[in-house]
Write a protein that binds this ligand. Structure first.
Ligand code: SF4
Length: 371
């Protein structure tokens, strides 16, 4: 390893441009930063200066593609992209309410890896592997476990469950990152789901356009196209992630007839100010990716330092709502702990709730009981 930036800048023949192997997604995966020694090499820091990160990386391992690292400002410790991929000692701090599995996903699996919480849809974890380990991930519990999916036998058990559950009309194929399992296995899985008469829609949740856009190849898009209606949700969190490579990956998916939407997470020190969020949302609009949700960061263990105050998030979104077109505006929501569904976070609902609480109190004070 690793001439990360150089490979980007020196063409295969020694000229300017991007080298052929830089464009090779398998090379990108093989040459990820996966140890503190490699992180020291790419940051230019002495290995011993990274010693405080050793306990964190032992619990939550590091993984960064050369591509994603090339977007990081390595000289800036608070760089918003660096914060998303470099371990932080605060990941081992745990407040009382933080949970390894805040959405209670493990308890909602009728078969291993398949989450069935809402009657009409379920979510298949087809792998625990990701190109980059996002430090704010709400499934970071999976990074070191035995993992779900990945084999035809395990995916077959998911297909069997869906086929004997007629209420399911939509299947979300997620992970980890589903675009990292073997392409023929993913093709088979999508085909089996598509063949179930009551499954009307498939959805893919993947951060590949952000972390490894070269994985989106014409061959992959041709395969995905065969399984439409297929929706694609990704997760850009900062305007600097909307690069020409990322735009080209999204364009290929869109050209294949696959709508691409974005689900950001509100992250302290990354995108929690109105100007940064405006840059992100307008950049997405320019590449025809619809901002769909902005998630409040969940009380997941190991991500407490990313959590912004919801009141601040609502204030920020209110400012943006006044100046941005509706096409740019995602819904700011909280995915309730324990899997109780999503609730919108907006100042209006807070006011309504306060009003309802006031009315309830008045009724109570007046003795207007319902019973
Ligand atoms: S790509 Fe998604 S699942 Fe994977 S680490 Fe990042 S946020 Fe988590």
């Amino acid at each position: 390893m690793l001439r990360m930036r150089e490979d980007r800048e020196i063409g295969a023949g020694g000229g300017s441009g991007v080298s052929a192997r830089w464009q090779d997604w398998q090379w990108q995966l093989t040459n990820r930063v996966q140890s503190l020694a490699q992180l020291a090499a790419v940051t230019g820091l002495p290995v011993r200066s990274l010693a405080p990160l050793r306990p964190v990386a032992g619990v939550y391992p590091v993984a960064i593609t050369p591509y994603y690292w090339s977007l990081v400002d390595a000289a800036a410790p608070d760089d918003p992209l660096r914060r998303q991929c470099v371990p932080d000692p605060r990941e081992l701090e745990c407040s009382g309410g933080d949970l390894a599995d805040p959405l209670g996903e493990e308890e909602a699996m009728p078969v291993p890896g398949l989450i069935h919480r809402y009657p009409d849809r379920c979510l298949a974890i087809v792998t625990s592997e990701c190109a980059v380990h996002c430090r704010h991930c709400n499934r970071k519990r999976l990074w070191r476990g035995p993992g779900y999916g990945r084999t035809r036998e395990r995916l077959r058990a998911m297909v069997d469950y869906v086929s004997r559950t007629p209420a399911v009309r939509e299947v979300i194929v997620s992970g980890g990152d589903p675009l990292l399992i073997a392409e023929d296995l993913l093709d088979w899985f999508l085909g089996e789901l598509r063949a179930i008469p009551h499954v009307e829609v498939l959805r893919i949740g993947s951060r590949i356009p952000v972390t490894l856009p070269m994985r989106v190849t014409p061959q992959l898009c041709a395969m995905l196209k065969r399984h439409r209606p297929l929706w694609f949700n990704t997760q850009f969190n900062h305007g600097r992630e909307v690069t020409p490579e990322a735009a080209a990956a999204c364009e290929m998916l869109l050209t294949a007839g696959i709508p691409v939407s974005n689900q950001s997470v509100l992250l302290q020190g990354v995108n929690d100010d109105a100007e940064t969020m405006r840059d992100l949302l307008t950049a997405l609009e320019r590449i025809s990716v619809r901002p769909y949700y902005l998630f409040q960061c969940e009380p997941v263990r190991g991500a407490g330092h990313f959590r912004a105050d919801p009141a601040h998030g609502m204030e920020m979104m209110e400012r943006l709502r006044r100046t941005l077109s509706g096409l740019c505006l995602p819904r700011y929501v909280l995915d309730c702990p324990g899997g109780r569904g999503k609730i919108p976070l907006q100042r209006l609902s807070l006011r309504a709730e306060r009003g309802a609480a006031r009315r309830e109190k008045q009724c109570f004070d007046n003795g207007d009981r319902m019973d």
